[in-house]
Unconditional design. Sequence first.
Length: 155
Amino acid sequence: MTIHIRQRGFQNGCALVMAMGLLVLVTSVQAEEKRKHLYERLGGYDAISAVVSEFADRLYADEKLAPFFGGWTPEKQARFKQLNTLLVCNATGGPCTYIGRTMPVTHQGMGVTDKSFDQVAGHLSDTLKKFEVPKAEKAELLGIVGGLRGDIVGK
């Protein structure tokens, strides 16, 4: 009888240790996911490039934004997409190097207003929704973009 009780205690102890190990593993995986750069959580370069391309196409088609994006050649549109892909890649912790001008220099003399900035940000938000970017990642990326407002508006 004593042997049977000890075996049962041993089995219960093993089950407890296994459950605790599983909990530690799940917690570790969740912590690792949180430690990943936004770049990785967004899906990497190809996913960012696809979002930027769709986003840019929305900007080119918006008549209210024509003073900023209207009449661009296909080459200029492609360059805009490339530079913005590199910018987002870099700003989200990816391996890209942004090779464009600074935001204040790029937007110098354009007369970007808060209203037009918000219009552009709205297109980005809608694009992220279309690509089903999770809420946390969407908020983080919009926060990064929103942080550029002072470098873009009124320059």
